[in-house]
Design a protein around this ligand. Structure first.
Ligand SMILES: [Mn+2]
Length: 342
């Protein structure tokens, strides 16, 4: 990583301004890493602007710096000027620019240097001038912490930056329940807590801030859940009308898939919903079943070994039917995986 760090240092020395982007449906890791990087670039006298493809859930809006974020879904013009004036483009928490959705077309006109910082499987090296990729870290926020350390600027980290990084690590590990077997993650967290982060408070702000409709929607979704014991699989689908009836807001369905996965003897869980005329699917798995491979092969997606996403063009019923029809191919693999876990 040394030569990459030297390269990054020289990019940063030559840069006056930067644009920071992350993926569609921004999660805690996307928002946290973007806010933290923007703040740290300021310490290096680099002005930056964070552009996200669309809005993020209300339970992240308390984060310091979140008001300065711009949204492509609401303003397609200013980003063109920002990109024109920027020397650097940072892409965070995504393996390919295509993960920024419709914003990717605008980004393709960017003339400066492109830097990727990410922890997903198979990053698109050819889309970037410099790639920091580590699929073994808990989150992009953890990887960013290590980069800030290697750049020698950790002492400049404020409590607000530490909080942003903590949000990414906490949410990408499901509150330290997966992707968190490395002691290094806890060393990073210890540093963040020493910088003033209160894990109690942040947990409450993110997880205990639900509006009533969201919890009722969860109840509805769990009632509707389908369990296929012979395939050690459980899935939930919610169509547009169901979400509307529940009075749901963006981000409300986040994490529902994990409830399906939490059932004993279930090793594969899926969640289907409709977004921008497309069916989006979230996959989660336990143990040795790679949902990255599964999503890549059948649903035009990917992500991490045990957490991935994909999409499907057609109706939600067709997507579910497709999913069910594929499962027999995996019957032995799913059974073996369950055997190993029990
Ligand atoms: Mn992430």
């Amino acid at each position: 990583m040394n030569s990459e760090i030297q390269q990054l240092k020289s990019f940063l020395q030559e840069a006056g301004s930067a644009v920071i982007v992350s993926h569609e449906n921004p999660d805690g890791d996307a928002i946290g890493s973007a806010i933290a990087l923007a703040r740290m670039l300021k310490e290096l006298n680099i002005e930056s602007k964070v552009w996200l493809p669309g809005r993020f859930p209300a339970y992240y809006r308390w984060m310091s710096g979140s008001d300065d974020i711009s949204y492509y879904s609401e303003n397609k013009n200013d980003i063109v000027d920002h990109l024109k004036n920027a020397d650097l483009l940072f892409a965070l928490d995504l393996s390919s620019v295509s993960r920024t959705g419709k914003m990717s077309e605008t980004l393709s006109h960017f003339q400066g240097k492109r830097v990727l910082i990410d922890h997903h499987i198979n990053p698109s090296y050819d889309e970037f001038d410099l790639v920091f990729s580590d699929i073994t870290v808990s989150s992009t926020c953890e990887l960013l912490f290590h980069l800030l350390d290697l750049l020698g600027i950790l002492p400049k980290m404020t409590k607000e930056v530490a909080e942003a990084l903590y949000v990414g690590i906490m949410t990408d590990t499901g509150s330290f329940s997966f992707n968190c077997n490395s002691p290094v993650t806890y060393e990073v967290v210890a540093h963040l807590v020493k910088t003033g982060v209160s894990p109690d408070r942040i947990h409450k702000m993110v997880y205990d801030n639900n509006h009533e409709n969201r919890i009722r929607l969860l109840g509805y979704a769990l009632q509707k859940m389908k369990v296929l014991p012979q395939h050690h699989t459980a899935y939930i689908s919610l169509d547009k009308a169901e979400l509307k009836k529940a009075g749901s807001q963006p981000g409300d369905t986040e994490g529902i898939v994990n409830f399906a996965l939490s059932i004993k003897n279930i090793v594969l869980a899926a969640f289907f919903s409709v977004r921008e005329g497309e069916i989006k699917v979230s996959f989660r798995s336990k143990g040795n079943f790679s949902v990255n491979d599964f999503a890549r092969k059948h649903f035009n997606g990917g992500g991490h070994y045990n957490a991935a996403g994909g999409s499907f063009s057609g109706t939600i019923e067709e997507a579910v039917k497709r999913f069910e029809s594929i499962l027999p191919e995996y019957v032995h693999e799913l059974a073996a995986c369950n055997e190993q876990l029990s």
